[in-house]
Design a protein around this ligand. Structure first.
Ligand SMILES: Nc1nc2c(ncn2[C@@H]2O[C@H](COP(=O)(O)OP(=O)(O)OP(=O)(O)O)[C@@H](O)[C@H]2O)c(=O)[nH]1
Ligand SMILES: [Zn+2]
Ligand SMILES: [Zn+2]
Ligand SMILES: [Zn+2]
Length: 282
């Protein structure tokens, strides 16, 4: 996937390899793989810095991932309706092009920063850092990062967040965890969304979807819900509330939480053709 999209170089980290950036001058013979590994290590440093911002203000940051259209924004809208009187919430929205999702979130009365990634099929820690400096973190309890719709790349980058939530919508089929193991392996929670469609799409088996998740040795809880009808929303709100409280308790004890980052995702991103790195005269 990334082999063709050249997604490792983004608007957020391009400065590192251009002009006088720290990775701009490379030894003759340096391979694209080395450069990509350097970019990933810059990403991880930036992610650590982002996590320090969140720790300073006791903000829990959740990375929401799925295929395009699985219902991430609809779930966020319903979540904000349910929780905004209890917790101060903000959203960072990632999309290739439009401001549509951020507009939908702002209409619910909470701050939203839109990152338009252009050709990049994931968010990285640099882009998230630019966005979080546009938010008043001191006033927040909970930050959602709605990643770009894609079942591979978003799981490969530490954004500085604490938890990964992966949505699998009923129309996509129950075998997605088997077909896209990278993302589902990294999930701290799997949400089966659009669950009111189960009676009509009766070849989707929630048990089978969970079975495929367990085959990846992932013990994460599985929740079935419909943002449209509200069924199952209580389980999700309960999970979120517990995570916020557990996060505060950990910070109180001087601990922090790192998300699972897909190790094989790093391998995917290091396996690019040199031309896909877009380094110009290398
Ligand atoms: N039937 C049903 N449709 C839903 C539900 N949640 C979202 N949808 C619909 O699914 C479509 C996509 O929903 P979004 O919330 O925009 O999905 P998304 O994952 O944010 O999409 P991208 O940001 O484009 O990746 C819209 O037409 C929604 O109305 C649900 O619970 N049930
Ligand atoms: Zn990619
Ligand atoms: Zn969306
Ligand atoms: Zn900063």
């Amino acid at each position: 996937m990334c082999d063709s999209c050249g997604c490792n170089v983004t608007a957020g980290n391009r400065h590192l390899i251009e002009d006088n950036g720290p990775l701009a001058t490379v030894d003759a013979g340096t391979t694209a793989v080395t450069i990509l590994q350097d970019l990933l290590s810059e990403n991880n440093l930036q992610a650590r810095h982002n996590r320090q911002h969140f720790a300073k203000h006791q903000v829990l940051a959740i990375n929401l991932m799925s295929s395009p259209g699985a219902g991430k924004t609809a779930l966020l809208e319903a979540t904000i309706d349910a929780l905004k009187d209890r917790y101060a919430i903000a959203v960072i929205e990632g999309d290739l092009e439009t401001e549509n999702d951020a507009r939908r979130i702002r209409a619910k009365g909470v701050p939203a920063v839109q990152i338009t990634t252009g050709s990049a099929c994931h968010l990285d820690a640099h882009m998230v850092h630019d966005a979080l400096h546009q938010l008043d973190l001191a006033a927040l309890d909970l930050l959602f990062i709605e990643n770009v719709g894609n079942l591979v790349c978003p799981a490969s980058f530490d954004l500085g967040h604490h938890r990964n939530v992966v949505l699998l919508s009923i129309p996509e089929g129950d075998d997605k965890p088997a077909k896209y193991p990278v993302m589902f392996r990294a999930a701290d929670l799997m949400v089966l969304s659009k669950s009111e469609l189960l009676p009509v799409m009766d070849d989707f088996s929630p048990t089978q979807a969970e079975h495929y998740l367990r085959q990846l040795a992932n013990p994460a809880p599985v929740i079935s819900l419909s943002a449209k009808t509200g069924r199952g929303m209580q389980d999700w709100l309960h999970w979120l509330t517990q995570e916020i409280e557990a996060h505060r308790a950990r910070l109180h004890n001087g601990d922090n939480t790192r998300p699972v980052i897909a190790a094989d995702g790093i391998r995917f991103h290091a396996a690019q053709r040199p031309s896909a790195v877009r380094l110009g005269p290398l």
